[in-house]
Design a protein around this ligand. Structure first.
Ligand SMILES: Cc1cc2nc3c(=O)[nH]c(=O)nc-3n(C[C@H](O)[C@H](O)[C@H](O)COP(=O)(O)OP(=O)(O)OC[C@H]3O[C@@H](n4cnc5c(N)ncnc54)[C@H](O)[C@@H]3O)c2cc1C
Length: 459
């Protein structure tokens, strides 16, 4: 049962008594140790719900002040999948048992609604709340008393997890680890070669990495400014649509590496995720009426701060071009997983996508254009380090096509495996939203082929 207590281990040689945390750790037998979930986003919390549902011990560690803290940073953005695909089935069952009323399953929630109406009530359940540590960052994970090279006794040794909480270090042990830390907090740079230059680090006060909220937190930041939005995906489109609410009060420049701006519009009215298709339609219109000035293909190499603002220099169709007088930059150039805290763990990561290696052939954007992927579970996500899993957005590495419904099935299967229900772990099923046309430049034949490969269940 989940009646455990977490003992703090002072790692800094200091002698103050351990801070009281309402969970205790027993180290005598590995099987009595909790399963540690890192990250309380939708996938980490769904893992907690599945473990609670079968009475397995767990602890869930979240660096933010709230569950879903990555999502809250884009809380003003509307999701493109309706509630029915955004709620884990077991989480829903446990919530409903305690009187929760599900939102209208056909509606598209805002990010903030997903957190406030689903993730927070889930985290507050008595089955989960006592085992959730907020404001606690995982900084390292290792195997007890071993370094990465040591094989003897490795599988029997527990994991040790180093945490930072309120400026102090703590060390806990776990029998298995599920890394659900996402990728949102590790954005790519705006440099076209994906390299962090000294200048980009120094000029960070002029660059916002994410989707600004022009009616909320960033109310006055962009008014009257010349703003360069960098990136060609849905986040960049969301950013430009946000900025466009300022009408003539903002000058929008859109910089991307794509051959043609049309490649950024996506499936538009052919996208079977209607809300996502609409984003493409709206941005297409804004470009056509000249509200957005597009530079593409444009490869940013450098930028400097001048007396007249920022000058962005890059290459466009073989010529060096400078875009001057830019006041603010918004970077939407994708995200990458953070492996810095799991360098002592034996991992198998794909060299193209940075995803879990066995997942790569299913999601590599060089091969697939569709957002859906064949359902997969524990077997595909298994790492060389026994009982260590990377799940959720992070399991896809740099590939941007992850959907929550995929993650819910991932963790259902892993939890079944860790609790010894191997048959259920192997039986992976998934009811995904049809993501349809994701790339408008595919011929219908290659579209069907690519969707068939990706969506084995649908073709
Ligand atoms: C703008 C936007 C719109 C999207 N719309 C949809 C949609 O409509 N439908 C859909 O299915 N998917 C959508 N997604 C994709 C995806 O489902 C979400 O990004 C989802 O939040 C991923 O869930 P996750 O739990 O894997 O990661 P996250 O939600 O990113 O959660 C990771 C958590 O881990 C915490 N964390 C990170 N590092 C540490 C650490 N070292 N220690 C402790 N905690 C840590 C973070 O604070 C965070 O709370 C969208 C993504 C974006 C960016």
């Amino acid at each position: 049962m989940n009646n455990i207590e977490l003992k703090q281990v002072n790692t800094g040689g200091c002698c103050e008594p351990a801070a009281k945390i309402n969970v205790s750790l027993e180290t005598s037998l590995n099987k009595e140790l909790p399963i540690a979930i890192i990250g309380a986003g939708p996938i980490g919390l769904a893992t907690a719900a599945h473990l609670a549902n079968i009475g397995e011990r767990f602890i869930i560690v979240e660096s933010g002040a709230s569950v879903g803290s990555n999502i809250l940073s884009w809380g003003h953005v509307r999701l493109f999948s309706p509630w029915q695909y955004n709620i884990d089935k077991i989480a829903k069952k446990i919530l409903e048992n305690q009187g929760w009323n599900a939102p209208d399953l056909d509606q598209l929630p805002l990010g903030s609604e997903l957190v406030n109406e689903y993730l927070k009530p889930l985290a507050n359940l008595p089955e989960i709340k006592p085992y959730l540590l907020l404001n606690t960052k995982v900084v390292s994970i290792s195997k007890k008393g071993l370094d990465k090279m040591k094989t003897d006794n490795r599988e029997k040794s527990p994991f040790v997890i180093y945490l930072e909480q309120h400026g102090r270090s703590k060390r806990i042990e776990a029998r298995a680890v599920i890394d659900a830390t996402g990728t949102w907090s590790h954005p790519n740079p705006i440099n076209a070669d994906n390299v962090w230059t000294k200048e980009e680090k120094e000029l960070k006060q002029y660059i916002y990495y994410g989707i600004p909220d022009v009616k909320g937190d960033h109310k006055n930041k962009y008014k009257g400014k010349r703003v360069a939005v960098v990136g060609g995906g849905h986040s960049a489109i969301n950013t430009i649509l946000e900025l466009s609410q300022l009408n003539d009060d903002v000058e929008i420049i859109w910089i991307m590496r794509k051959k043609n701006v049309k490649d950024a519009y996506g499936g538009e009215d052919k996208d079977s995720l209607e809300a996502r298709g609409k984003l493409g339609i709206r941005i297409h219109q804004l470009v056509d009426v000249g509200q957005v000035k597009v530079y593409t293909p444009f490869f940013i190499h450098q930028f400097i701060k001048t007396n007249d603002g920022i000058a962005i220099t890059g290459e466009s169709e073989g010529n060096e071009v400078t875009i001057s007088h830019v006041d603010e930059i918004i970077a939407n150039t994708g995200n990458r997983p953070d492996f810095s805290f799991i360098t002592e763990i034996r991992l198998s990561i794909d060299f193209t996508t940075d995803s879990v290696v066995a997942l790569a052939p299913l999601i590599d954007p060089n091969l697939h254009s569709c957002g859906t992927v064949r359902p997969h579970g524990e077997e595909i996500l298994r790492q060389p380090e026994k009982d260590f899993y990377i799940v959720g957005m992070k399991s896809y590495g740099r590939a941007p096509t992850f959907l929550m419904a995929t993650g819910y099935e991932q963790v259902r299967s892993i939890v079944a495996h860790l609790s010894g229900d191997f048959e259920s772990a192997k039986k992976v099923e998934l009811d995904l939203p049809e993501t349809g046309v994701c790339s408008s430049n595919l011929s219908s034949q290659s579209f069907v082929q690519s969707c068939c490969e990706a969506e084995a269940t649908k073709c």
